[in-house]
Design a protein around this ligand. Sequence first.
Ligand SMILES: Nc1ncnc2c1ncn2[C@@H]1O[C@H](COP(=O)(O)OP(=O)(O)O)[C@@H](O)[C@H]1O
Ligand SMILES: [Mg+2]
Length: 335
Amino acid sequence: METNRKDYALYIEDLHTGFYNRVEDKVSSVLNGITFGAERGKILGVVGESGSGKSVTMLSVMGLLGPNGRVTGRIMLDGENLLDYSDKQMREIRGGKIAMIFQDPMTTLNPVFTIGDQIREVVKLHRPDIEDANAYIIELLREVGINDGERRLKQYPHELSGGRRQRIVIAMALAGNPDILIADEPTTALDVTVQAQILELIKKLSETHNMTTIMITHDLGIVANICDNVVILYGGRICEMGTTREVFKESAHEYTKGLIRAVPGAVPGRKLIPIEGVPANRSAFTNECAFCPRCEKAMEICAGEFPPETVFSETHKAWCWMNHLPESKEAEHDG
Ligand SMILES: Nc1ncnc2c1ncn2[C@@H]1O[C@H](COP(=O)(O)OP(=O)(O)O)[C@@H](O)[C@H]1O
Ligand SMILES: [Mg+2]
């Protein structure tokens, strides 16, 4: 394994994920070799448009792709590859070492059980050392901003607002005392005012619980506000990664630059500028830069060959042919 100077809580290496289609009897690939780490104790943003493979990346980590999922590569946690784990071992990891929050809290909550029953189940499974589960849960609920925990424990999910449901799901994620929290667009389904509160809450809890957090989002504004590092996905590949500062201030991929121009408020008063063109269709993947059909600066080579990596710093890398323009060419023009 590649040795890294940084301390990563989770390190994903050369991840290829696809889905087997029985009708066509073939595997269509979604992720084409993704490598990145989540630095311990930090918040990592994983950004990309809808369909870029964000959820598939995290479902690969959690072992939740379903029977048609096909994964290769390495997903390293505490020196072990999760892809070597049995179903039983993965059940212990999920909700234990790694907790996940989904966009819609109802994906996690079961409508026919009370909130109390559902969180107690997590405690029983992952924290058998806790003696007074109710007291523990009420304290967790208080931490996520629900002060009348005792009453809420007896309620059913549908009796609560969307924002409160997501707070419950966050408490449930905390219940197993995870090292890593993966939040998959946790605020997309919520009202704008509630969104900011939930993000602030996740940021605060990451610190107080000393968790490594992976925040999946299609919103660079969220990244600017709460993330330390960021990975930008496009068409099943990483196009750029770095610290949030590096990626915002020294963007080195045309797609990243376009995304940043599209962030409302990145420049005060500027309206949202959508990126032209249709997002990459994964069935169209060849060995090209997937962004090339939408890129204003695309050159012939972009359609023919995937760009090599450019390393700007220990943290900042990009994959864009614009960083490989031969300087000699410019010199030729000058001379
Ligand atoms: N179970 C599945 N079977 C086949 N294709 C899938 C499955 N799940 C996701 N995909 C495909 O993988 C691609 C990436 O999806 P996803 O990771 O959900 O995107 P997003 O970045 O919006 O989270 C999409 O084209 C989607 O259709
Ligand atoms: Mg998704």
